[in-house]
Design a protein. Sequence first.
Length: 162
Amino acid sequence: MSKPSLTHISAGGEANMVDVGDKEETVRIAVAEGYIRMRPETLDLILKGNAKKGDVIATARLAGIMAAKQTANLIPLCHPLMLSKISVEITPDEALPGLRIATMAKLTGRTGVEMEALTAASVACLTIYDMAKAADREMEIGGIRLARKSGGRSGEYVRKED
């Protein structure tokens, strides 16, 4: 069995962009998730639409979509991608208490969309924090992770339940 390697590191140890020119074009989908934990009163404020800065959930959804489209500008070795779909779902979780974020990025291409899905989840969480920080500076962002992916040479990946 061969030892795993870091694809963005050259044989000489330098960071480089992976050449994906010879890879097969396939439909690639990645799903990421995260959460933002907050005080119950803060969640109630957001759900009732009473945040001073406006509709927190709608703004965070748009921010996540916009962020996914800018991933290559934010992460140095990511390829600029022509995404065919980005979705950002934000659902309340009273048990957390807070909001759970699930993102999906899709394209037909030569490289995966994991970073786009993860970026969307991260920025959606950060936007919620920004919009609600006046009410709750102790909010906590966490659980940003790849939930599943499909397509490409490595095929299907589904995160095992914790």
